[in-house]
Each structure stands twice: as structure tokens, then as C-alpha cells.
Ligand binder design. Structure first.
Ligand code: TMP
Ligand code: ASP
Length: 235
């Protein structure tokens, strides 16, 4: 597979064309941002951790019936994936109150929910990814009802699979953000990444943060935490 021109550079990844029109190469960077880019930094070897972890989790999800963009890991930082049109929704699942939920609702971080919450944001940095519901998505033509239904079912399935996988590594899955894309034939697949950048992982015994909140909140220790998550999940 030949790597060709760069198609896109995001905050945490670059995307390159290949000689196959339906396949692209994702390259994970160490760059980290928070607050829509207000805080910028790097987390050493984050790109390696996120690439390897995301690939392992997506392969597990494929086995469990969730279609993903994953094709093949090419190197520590690079992965071949199916080319998708990203659906501009941030699909968030929450098991325990934290982050923006706690701020918005006045519920203390760490409070478990009676059942998981599904939440949508409109993926738009200039607007700071505003909170929306599925009627907004339909009204604005961001996704169809069929796509929303598929995304909803996949998001809850991802939650069940990830919760179980992580608990085996003594990690509690607090919440996470997914992005979905459309293949050329319209099929909806899980895309983007699943990593400590996009999930809240707490040590199941101590409650210690093992995710990007260490960076977002200037708590420190993020490099070690990312390595720890990789060690626990991939050995
Ligand atoms: P929130 O509580 O800040 O809304 O975050 C919910 C989840 O989404 C959390 O696991 C972190 C993740 N997330 C992203 O992946 N990207 C983002 O830009 C934000 C704000 C959160
Ligand atoms: N998406 C956020 C940013 O743009 C990062 C985050 O909070 O995960 O800075």
C-alpha cells in the first residue's frame, strides 16, 4: 500500500491518501489540545498508545458485531482504514457523572447513573461542539433517521463491550466519545479512535484518572497513565 498526499490534518491525527481510492492511512500525533485548542501541548508517545489501543479495541468490536473503519495496522503510529465521510456528530455515552455532565447538571463527579446516557454534540470547533439532540441532527440534515438508529444501537453495544474489556484490566469506563462515518455505499461504520484521548478511564480500585483529563486539568502524569493503560490492555 503506497502512502500518497496528505488529505487532512486534525488536532491529533493526519490522514493520507493511498493508491486505493477507498482506503486512507491515519497517522497519530503526540499533539494534545484541550478546550477547543485553547490549551496546546504534547503527550510523549501518545500517538503510539492511541494507535495501538484504538486498533485493538476496534478489532474486538468487529468481533462483537460493530462494523469499524479498521483495516490493518501499518506501524506504531500508522493504520490503514476505510475512507469515510465523517458524520459531524460527537456521540457520547456516559455511565458515571463527570466532565461537562457534572458541570451542566450539578451532579458530583463519580455519581453512577441508573442507566447509560447517550448524548450528541454537533462536531464544529468554531461553535465549540454544541450539545444537540437527534431532532437537530435530522433537521439540519447531519444524519438520517436510519443512521441515527444505527449509531444509537452501535453506541450502546460499544459501551457494553468496552466496559467488560476494561474491567478485566481493572479500569472503570466512565464515559467516551465516538465518531461514525459513511462508506462510499452509505454503510455506517465506527471511525476516528477509541483511546485515553476520547474516553474517561478511572482505575477501578483507586479511582485515579488514566486518561486525558490529567492533561486537560493540569494534573500531570499523563504520559505514564497512557503507558499504563496500554500495558494493562495489551500486555
Ligand atoms: P465531556 O464530559 O467533556 O463532555 O466529555 C465526555 C467524553 O468525551 C469524555 O470521555 C471525553 C470525550 N471528549 C472527546 O473525546 N473530545 C472532546 O472534545 C471532548 C470535550 C470530550
Ligand atoms: N476536542 C478538545 C480540543 O479541541 C480536546 C478534548 O477536550 O479532548 O481541544
Amino acid at each position: 500500500m503506497q502512502k500518497k498526499e496528505q488529505l487532512y490534518e486534525g488536532k491529533a491525527k493526519k490522514v493520507y491518501a493511498t493508491d486505493e481510492p477507498d482506503l486512507v492511512i491515519v497517522s497519530y500525533k503526540d499533539d494534545a489540545t484541550a478546550g477547543d485548542g485553547a490549551k496546546k501541548g504534547t503527550i510523549r508517545d501518545k500517538g503510539i498508545v492511541n494507535n495501538r489501543l484504538s486498533n485493538a479495541l476496534m478489532q474486538k468490536l468487529e468481533q462483537e458485531g460493530v462494523p469499524t473503519h479498521f483495516v490493518q495496522q501499518l506501524s506504531d503510529r500508522e493504520t490503514l482504514v476505510k475512507k469515510v465521510d465523517i458524520i459531524p456528530l460527537e456521540v457520547i455515552v456516559r455511565n458515571v457523572a463527570a466532565g461537562h455532565f457534572s458541570l451542566r447538571m450539578g451532579v458530583e463527579e463519580g455519581t453512577p447513573f441508573k442507566q447509560p446516557i447517550l448524548e450528541f454534540s454537533y462536531k464544529n470547533d468554531e461553535l465549540h461542539d454544541p450539545f444537540i439532540n437527534h431532532y437537530y441532527a435530522l433537521a439540519l440534515g447531519l444524519a438520517t433517521q436510519e443512521e441515527i438508529d444505527a449509531i444509537t444501537a452501535y453506541a450502546f453495544k460499544v459501551n457494553e463491550v468496552l466496559k467488560a474489556v476494561l474491567l478485566q484490566a481493572n479500569i472503570r469506563l466512565i464515559d467516551f466519545k465516538l465518531e461514525f462515518g459513511r462508506l462510499a455505499d452509505g454503510t455506517v461504520v465506527l471511525a476516528d479512535e477509541i483511546s485515553p484521548d476520547t474516553c474517561r478511564f478511572w482505575d477501578a480500585t483507586t479511582g485515579a484518572h488514566l486518561d486525558k483529563d490529567l492533561f486537560r486539568r493540569d494534573l500531570g502524569g499523563e504520559e505514564d497513565a497512557y503507558q499504563e493503560v496500554m500495558r494493562r490492555l495489551l500486555g
